[in-house]
Ligand binder design. Structure first.
Ligand SMILES: Cc1cc2nc3c(=O)[nH]c(=O)nc-3n(C[C@H](O)[C@H](O)[C@H](O)COP(=O)(O)OP(=O)(O)OC[C@H]3O[C@@H](n4cnc5c(N)ncnc54)[C@H](O)[C@@H]3O)c2cc1C
Ligand code: FES
Ligand code: FES
Length: 503
């Protein structure tokens, strides 16, 4: 199914859209035209080193602590516009082209503290204060959210903000007090339409950063610049720049292409644009396609999910990525686009090896198609990590099994992360052991033991080989137990770790 009609439009048909070579944005409602700085500079360093807005703090510089949290206004968010708390350390400057950013300095108005600041004072939710600007900005976002109805959403809202000294109880008291209460100038501002911007073609010091507004511009640029690194949410790309000094000459960022950002459901299944932000997919998969919602609850942090995308989560083919196992087990197809057209591959055809994909140099991922989950299917996703929140998985896995009227397994797809060199590796021996057999605890046990033959994981600082192998086997055992009563179990409030006590 071709979702994206890549119709070639002339500049005139697109409304004579031109190209800018300066980054336009507002910061605390003040307009800026940014030039003369490297495109690989993060928003955090621009705020602190160029604008001297030093309220925003640097902790880890890799998305882990939340000290750098700022907020951007997303006027086109569905179902309603919203502020999004993001990590300024992971935001490359050209990505804020056309965006409205708020920092801690923008909260108080006319010498009057914002409700967030009052709440932090009232609840004594700050001690040394280093984390406090970031905490305040996550609380600011919550103040204007109207969808926080479940207890887990309050924890999730603050999961990306580390505090070493206050303790989380007072901080959680603030978020409970503030959520959904915003009724001030910021609430009015939220409803204003977005300001359209032109395509950005920004070069400084030999590094070019292209931010197209349409799919045609993106495919044309990629075909004429096949070595351009594709950037979506940049949560991986920025870490490579910040921590490993891995820079390249040309980047192309897909963040402004509206055609790529949607998620829709129809009779053919779930259709996810490659630029669909993880937060949006999580919200869309609470009741249906629940394995996505379950894995996303414990995926990265709230701030990262506001910018990180589905395309980016498999584009790098990370063997410890949490997303490839879900897409693989649910039999998703990956759509790849170039100026030559669009093609669709299964996940198995797309992932070719360790961090290796079937992408041609002029292509990028445009989206994913996930077939409907039939009523005879059981499926669930699992993430096992050392820390409850904001941790890379030791092992993640998604199990999918269909049975016929006689309880015989007709389809089995068991896909794992963290146990093999390839992303979303399939436990083929275990799958073969299940197919044609009755779906019983005895047969599942035989298949679980096969998983130990399927994978020979390595030991590293996250987990030993023994632990990874044991957890992978136990995920299948846990899946059998969990789906006895509910074929597609609801989201969990904790990650799972079913560990075999006897060896
Ligand atoms: C603090 C932190 C916590 C994290 N936690 C998790 C976690 O719990 N689970 C997990 O799986 N990952 C985690 N990650 C990794 C990362 O955030 C996710 O994989 C995220 O989904 C990447 O999406 P992105 O849009 O930011 O990708 P980007 O950084 O923009 O891109 C990632 C890679 O994909 C390529 N790419 C991007 N878009 C496309 C496209 N459309 N077509 C082709 N290639 C493309 C890029 O060139 C790059 O190689 C974490 C990262 C950080 C910094
Ligand atoms: S500085 Fe730690 S998340 Fe940005
Ligand atoms: S108040 Fe000190 S780190 Fe949070």
């Amino acid at each position: 199914m071709l979702l994206i009609q890549s119709s070639k439009q002339s500049a005139k048909e697109r409304g004579n859209r031109g190209t800018m070579n300066k980054i336009l944005c507002t910061i605390n409602d003040k307009p800026y035209e940014i030039e003369g700085v490297p495109p690989t500079m993060s928003l955090l360093h621009y705020l602190r080193d160029v604008l001297h807005l030093t309220g925003t703090k640097e902790g880890c510089n890799e998305g882990d602590c939340g000290a750098c949290t700022v907020v951007l206004r997303d006027a086109s968010a569905k179902p309603e516009p919203r502020y999004r708390a993001i990590n300024a350390c992971l935001m490359l400057l050209p990505m804020i082209h056309g965006q409205e950013i708020y920092t801690i300095e923008g909260l108080a108005k006319d010498e009057k503290r914002h409700a967030v600041q009052e709440s932090i004072m009232t609840h004594y939710a700050s001690q040394c204060g280093y984390c406090t600007p970031g905490v305040a900005m996550s609380l600011f976002e919550a103040t204007y959210r109207h969808d926080m109805t479940q207890p887990w959403q309050f924890t999730e809202q603050m999961a990306g903000n580390l505090c070493r000294c206050t303790g989380y109880r007072p901080i959680m008291a603030c978020v409970h007090e503030l959520a959904g209460t915003g009724d001030d100038d910021f609430a009015v501002k939220l409803r204003e339409p977005a300001h359209p911007v032109e395509t950005l073609d920004y070069t400084y010091d030999g590094i070019r950063f292209y931010v197209p507004m349409t799919l045609d511009e993106a495919t044309d640029f990629k075909s004429s610049h096949p070595d351009a690194v594709v950037v979506s949410g940049s949560s991986d790309v920025s870490v490579l720049i910040n921590k490993h000094a891995r820079k390249t000459d040309t980047y192309m960022c897909l963040s402004h292409i509206a055609e790529l950002s949607g998620v829709t459901k129809d009779a053919d299944g779930l259709h996810i644009g490659s630029m669909c932000r993880l937060a949006n997919l999580e919200a869309a998969c609470q009741e249906e396609y629940v394995p996505f919602g379950r894995i996303l609850r414990f995926f990265a942090s709230h701030q990262i999910k506001q910018v990180a995308t589905v395309g980016g989560s498999v584009g790098g083919a990370s063997p410890v990525g949490d997303f490839a196992p879900v897409l693989t087990a649910l039999n998703a197809r990956v759509r790849l686009i170039s100026s030559r057209g669009e093609r669709s591959l299964s996940m198995g055809e797309f992932i070719l090896g360790y961090r290796k994909t079937a992408l041609e140099k002029d292509e990028f991922i445009s989206g994913f198609d996930v077939p409907p989950i039939p009523s005879n299917a059981r499926c669930a996703s699992y993430k096992v990590s050392k820390r409850l929140e904001l941790d890379i998985s030791s092992v993640s896995g998604t199990c999918y099994v269909e049975t016929d009227d006689n309880n015989i397994v007709t389809v089995a797809r068991l896909s794992f992360g963290g146990v093999a060199a390839v992303a979303g590796a399939r436990a083929k021996l275990a799958e073969s052991a299940l197919i044609g057999k009755a779906w019983t605890e005895e047969n599942v046990e035989i298949a679980a033991q096969k998983i130990a033959e399927d994978f020979t994981p390595i030991s590293d600082f996250r987990a030993s080989a023994w632990y990874r192998q044991t957890v992978a086997c136990n995920i299948l055992r846990g899946f059998y137990q969990e789906t006895l009563t509910d074929h597609v179990p609801a989201r969990m409030y904790r990650p799972t770790a079913t560990i075999q006590l006897e060896q």
